[in-house]
Design a protein around this ligand. Structure first.
Ligand code: ADP
Ligand code: ASP
Ligand code: MG
Length: 416
């Protein structure tokens, strides 16, 4: 008998019929004697719909009330799912985050899990029940409802698997696993059989929304192997595991894109100590996260500073910078919201040179200009115009032979 945590995403529980199908699939395991803990997302589109309501009520909705509202999405699916299990003649119980006691900090709308009480879950399991838990939500010490940030049900599932010391943690979604790029924009995207935590962390942080980045971080920390697979087929999906256990590592594992950033340039600031601090302190004080930063070296004693922020924070960041521009002696502050970040990721890059230059060459061949570049040990990212996103993704996917499974060999170098 195993204890299995399974999480089903929004598209998997998007209608009552789909919830019934998920219940049937869960019962196949339950009737084999396994203990089943099922984490559900809200029905697809539901969380967006609720956010829309909130925006109709308040220009900047109260974060506490937003969490009260958003937590209802998952309450609907878990209760319906428990009904479906009971209708099939088995016992089930649905629990909200505060009933389990998924204890979080009080950062409303992006709370972090601090601790999970497992007693109630275990006692329900011991009574032979399927336990279904609302994803994406928790509760503070004071009893306030919190949510974990968009896509947070993945994190609930991994945190539960770690807390319960589960035998397996399976993430069911609308695609067959983690692909070499988003299969919805590139027809030749290929399912990856095994991927390391570190590569998955990079892919998730760079835009592959198939797994929430915090879920991957938790899985790595607590060594929880993740199986990402399709709700709609029985096929084996992708295993996210330790790098050492991976049979074959690719030069480049995946291509990602992120259209959720905006670029800001502060022109002609004095090139002297303290300027960067003056620019970025008020930005971080406002809770705005900065991603890429470039400081140009120019002739004379002036410089330009360019950086990217999450698009939702763009207006706030521009307002802050416009206010301090004259203080720091800047000539102008300009911004561009129509950008995208294209990245290639792969542990194979650690031991091979020329990957970044190949990427630049491929983008150049497509006539795509690069406005910013950043690299780490296992990734290269470029900022380009948003309208070229799909073209860039397909060109890179093709050039690195990701459809075939590129090998870490010189012969396959697409530039030759
Ligand atoms: P769920 O509702 O099940 O949580 P998500 O919509 O959050 O599902 O994530 C699944 C989606 O992630 C897919 O439909 C796909 O469009 C997108 N995606 C982006 N990049 C990738 C990738 N590299 N591999 C698989 N899916 C990806
Ligand atoms: N329902 C939440 C969202 O849409 C959480 C999740 O689906 O993971 O972001
Ligand atoms: Mg998701």
């Amino acid at each position: 008998m195993a204890l299995i945590v399974q999480k089903f995403g929004g598209t998997s529980v998007g209608t009552t019929e789909k919830i019934k199908a998920v219940a049937k699939r869960v019962l196949e395991n339950h009737t084999k004697g396994h203990q089943m803990v099922i984490v559900l997302s809200a029905m697809s589109g539901e969380t967006d719909r609720l956010v829309g309501y909130a925006n109709d009520m308040q220009k900047v909705p109260s974060a506490r009330e937003m969490d009260m509202l958003l937590a209802t999405g998952e309450q609907i699916t878990v209760s319906l799912f428990a009904m479906a299990i009971k209708d099939a003649g088995f016992d089930a119980v649905s629990l909200l985050g505060d009933q389990v006691r998924v204890l979080t900090d009080s950062m409303h709308t992006k709370a972090r899990i601090k601790k999970i009480d497992t007693e109630s879950i275990k006692s329900h399991l011991a009574k032979g029940r399927v336990v279904t838990i609302a994803g994406f939500q928790g509760v503070t010490e004071n009893g306030d409802i919190t949510t974990l940030g968009r896509g947070g049900s993945d994190t609930t599932a991994v945190a539960l698997a770690a807390a319960l010391n589960a035998d397996a943690c399976e993430i069911f979604t609308d695609v067959e696993g983690v692909y070499t790029t988003d299969p919805n924009i590139c027809k030749t995207a290929r399912k990856i059989n095994q991927i390391s935590y570190d590569e998955m962390l990079e892919l998730a942080s760079l835009g592959a929304k198939v797994l929430d980045i915090r879920s991957v971080g938790l899985a790595k920390r607590y060594n929880v192997p993740l199986h990402v697979r399709s709700t709609f087929t029985q096929n084996e999906g992708t295993w996210v595991i330790e790098e050492e256990k991976i049979m074959e590592s690719m030069l480049v594992s995946g291509v990602t894109y992120n259209k959720n950033e905006a670029r800001i340039t502060i022109k002609n600031v004095p090139d002297q100590p303290g300027v960067a601090a003056k620019i970025f302190l008020p930005i971080s004080d406002a809770g705005i996260i900065v991603d890429m930063i470039i400081q140009n070296t120019k002739a004379g004693d002036m410089t330009d500073m360019t950086f990217t922020v999450i698009r939702n924070d763009f207006e706030r960041a521009m307002n802050i910078l416009n206010k301090i521009a004259s203080d720091i002696g800047a000539e102008d502050v300009t911004g561009d919201e129509e950008i995208a970040k294209i990245s290639i990721v792969g542990v194979g890059m650690r031991n091979h040179s020329g990957i970044a230059s190949t990427m630049f060459h491929i983008l150049a061949k497509e006539g795509i200009n690069i406005s910013m570049i950043s690299t780490s040990e296992i990734k290269v990212s470029c900022i380009i115009k948003e309208k070229y996103t799909e073209l860039a993704v397909r060109a890179l996917h093709d050039a690195f032979s990701l459809d075939k499974g590129n090998l870490p060999s010189k012969e396959k170098d697409p530039v030759g």
